[in-house]
Design a protein around this ligand. Structure first.
Ligand code: 3PG
Length: 212
């Protein structure tokens, strides 16, 4: 899969809803009810971070949820890419981008949202053919103002900003012409998952889905 094809597919996934939930899940038993709750609320694209031992099992379980499009986040190595693909991930997200990581995604045919935080990082990825990127860490890198400024000379790149985004500031990003969606963990709080309060998560998802 070429970078251009990857970016096209990543853009389609990003356009499914204004928010991609960023999920850190400890217990694979939460996977299915959580995905169902988020999809029910209007957020079909789900990023499962590979930061917990349960993450690959979670991806496997979520891959079977009707209406959901599950991806793997925190991809750091080619081995992560292969494992995510084998578990059923339909897209990948990385906090940054290395040559080995992007090559593995191209080989595996896994659409990638590669991470960038500076104009040079954005340009290096654009040179490779990635016109849709993750802006990370969004708030710590200057927030919506920084992304707006990057967009002036680099208007051909679209972003999914992530990192420090919540209901309070999501609109600032979504108002920018170079933002396709935002990513955030606020729609799946750990305490609600532990309580099994899936209705609360559906309500948060619905609120997020209505942002745009
Ligand atoms: C991450 O990869 O942790 C994302 O950037 C999520 O950040 P958040 O928890 O600040 O939404």
């Amino acid at each position: 899969m070429t970078p251009a094809d990857q970016s096209r597919r990543a853009a389609e996934i990003c356009r499914l809803a204004p928010v991609i939930p960023v999920l850190v899940i400890e217990d694979a038993a939460h996977a299915r009810p959580l995905a169902e709750a988020l999809v029910r609320g209007g957020l079909p694209a789900l990023e499962v971070t590979l930061r917990t031992p349960a993450a690959l099992d979670v991806i496997r379980a979520m891959a079977g949820v009707p209406g959901g499009v599950v991806g793997a986040g925190t991809l750091l190595t080619p081995a992560d890419v292969r494992a995510a693909r084998a578990a059923g991930a339909k897209f990948g997200v990385s906090p940054g981008a290395t040559d080995r990581l992007v090559a593995a995604c191209e080989d595996e045919g896994l659409p990638l949202l590669p991470g960038a935080a500076t104009a040079t990082e954005v340009m290096v990825l654009l040179e490779k053919g990635y016109s849709v990127q993750k802006f990370f860490p969004a708030e710590a890198s200057g927030g919506a103002a920084a992304l707006k400024a990057i967009g002036a000379p680099l208007a051909q790149v679209s972003f999914c900003p992530t990192g420090g985004i919540s209901l309070k500031n999501a609109r600032d990003y979504l108002a920018l012409p170079n933002v396709v969606c935002v990513g955030g963990s606020w729609v799946a709080p750990k305490d609600a998952m532990v309580r099994g309060d899936w209705a609360a998560i559906t309500a948060l998802a619905a609120e997020a889905a209505a942002l745009r």
